[in-house]
Design a protein around this ligand. Sequence first.
Ligand code: URA
Length: 430
Amino acid sequence: MDARAIIATLRQGRTPDADALGWFAQGLADGSVSDAQAGAFAMGVCVNGLDDTGRAAFTAAMRDSGKVLHWDLDAPVLDKHSTGGVGDCVSLILAPALAACGVYVPMISGRGLGHTGGTLDKLDSIPGFRTTLTEDQFRHVVGQVGCAIVSASADIAPADKRLYAIRDVTATVESLDLITASILSKKLAAGLDGLVLDVKCGSGAFMKSQDDARALAQALVETAKATGCPTSALITDMSQPLAPSLGNALEVIEVMRVLTGHTTGRLAELTIELGAALLQQTGIDAGRDMLRAAITDGTAAEKFGEMVYAMGGPVHFVEDWVRFLPEAPVIREVTAPMAGTVAAIDGEALGLTVVALGGGRQVESDVVDPAVGLSDVVSIGDRIAKGQPLARIHAAREAQADAAEQAVLAAITLGDRPVSAPPLVQEHVT
Ligand code: URA
């Protein structure tokens, strides 16, 4: 095999065969392919694309470039992946709710990316919680509790780690084939019996249009199925934050409100829809009722508490979460400059506001402030009187709150006509 021949095939608009793509993925992982070759490969795929067979072969090879877990458990091993949104803390509710329904969820998650928050950063706001476990610890928590949410260890899909960093600096992130292979290689390495994908669409998502979201959902579902993992996707609305809070500890508060029965908004609704789609794939048709019951009867909260304790957090977190979560020193309301109906919310701008407050990273080495963010954000269609709050800012310093106030006012559009929010679930791709 020769990297130059593989790159030349791509340049000519043809898809290299499965052996060649497998060889290239292995070369990314073991370093025998150079950075220059990896960059040229990424550009070849980005410009000319892979056919369906090639995309599946490359995804499987990226998965197999490192450790692939196998489980010997008495119920299906399932997971969910979201393409990233704002106020999206579904994973923190869904993993324990599914565990309460008797299935296993070994969830390998990520940190914040761009304007979107990361599940691991949210969990880090719980004192003592460790998202880095050894494989034995990960297996133990999944086996005992039913769910664990961890970061990917270095030996999970190493080909993707290398290629992702190269794509980032060669303007080749935006390739449907490479995004598909990247997302799925890491998820499939967890040894799943089923996967559901939440493909976000709208102002707070990477995919702003429904056509782009549909194309990504179809590529993800077809490719995952071709590699042997039963998968479906929901295309879901991200024209406004999923939960009224954005920020790490603030989103954990939203999670605890749902798990302790105090909220039933879009966040709870989407959690149940994604879980029901996943359970249905394994032949469980009553998933919606089971998940709703697990949330309302407290068993999902119990599982969350068991997971927190098993992963280093406080033993009584679920009973006393208010005491454990950090609070920002500056809390300020942003009030409406005029009366109106909330017509639009720029979710990306709100996400970037949280990053600017210190709730996300501008550069990789930034330390995330768990306490900052936005809460009580209004929803599309809300009627607002002049002077009524649009959101509450949680900041480390007054000057940061000043900048966030201007950003929030610019991100929320008030109109004078009644508006209804788009449906939460827009399509189910099977
Ligand atoms: N998330 C990933 O893991 N990979 C991509 O390419 C895009 C989003």
